[in-house]
Design a protein around this ligand. Structure first.
Ligand code: FMN
Length: 181
């Protein structure tokens, strides 16, 4: 499918700094993209640069801003990347305690094709709540890129900077686009 609209949600983890790679992947296939950030993700994001690249205001709260007045197309796909341990657990439980999580809850409920790319270390990923969350999200039809079949595994604690360089932005978009429309 070409020409869709991609909703991106970023969380508070290092790869958020590089989300432009995902926007470029979408633009290369003639998609438009908009970025929504959790409140913690804004510390990792160059907001003006992303707004210039997408042509759309980065949203992280319910507060209206002049750039938010233009209505956006309905998304054809949703990519949550990087998805933190915290947000993955919240999404699986259906929590909607900030603007980004509310957006995610609604889009999943509307059956918009959704891809989640976790960025969690092995200690966090070993927790039972996290493993249950991943299983539950998959049972809901969400594509969670995690495990050997996706060549994307949790990294040892303290090695996030190295792992960030191989973050699978292009794969995340390909899977989203494949399931859209
Ligand atoms: C510098 C820094 C790096 C972090 N990296 C990660 C990470 O890679 N994965 C993760 O799950 N949490 C990471 N965290 C912790 C999350 O930011 C924290 O759990 C936060 O509550 C997540 O909020 P969010 O899920 O609403 O974005 C990091 C925190 C800081 C300050």
């Amino acid at each position: 499918m070409t020409g869709g609209h991609l909703q991106i949600v970023v969380c508070g983890a290092g790869p958020t700094t590089d989300v432009a790679h995902l926007v470029h992947a979408a633009h290369a296939q003639t998609w438009t993209a908009a970025v929504t950030a959790t409140p913690n993700a804004t510390d990792f994001l160059n907001v003006p640069a992303i707004e210039e690249l997408t042509g759309t205001a980065v949203r992280s709260s319910y507060q209206a801003s002049p750039g938010n007045r233009r209505s956006l197309p309905a998304p054809d796909a949703l990519v949550i990347a990087p998805a933190t341990y915290n947000s993955i657990n919240k999404i699986a439980l259906g929590l909607a305690d900030n603007y980004a999580m509310t957006t995610v809850a609604e889009l999943i409920g509307r059956r918009v094709p959704t891809v989640i790319v976790p960025f969690a270390n092995t200690a966090l990923a070993a927790r039972l709540p996290f493993r249950h969350a991943v299983e539950s999200l998959r049972n809901e039809g969400i594509h969670v890129l995690l495990g050997p079949e996706h060549d994307w595994e949790p990294h040892p604690p303290g090695s996030g900077n190295d792992r960030q360089r191989t973050f699978p932005w292009a794969t995340a978009f390909e899977i989203a686009a494949r399931h859209a429309g």
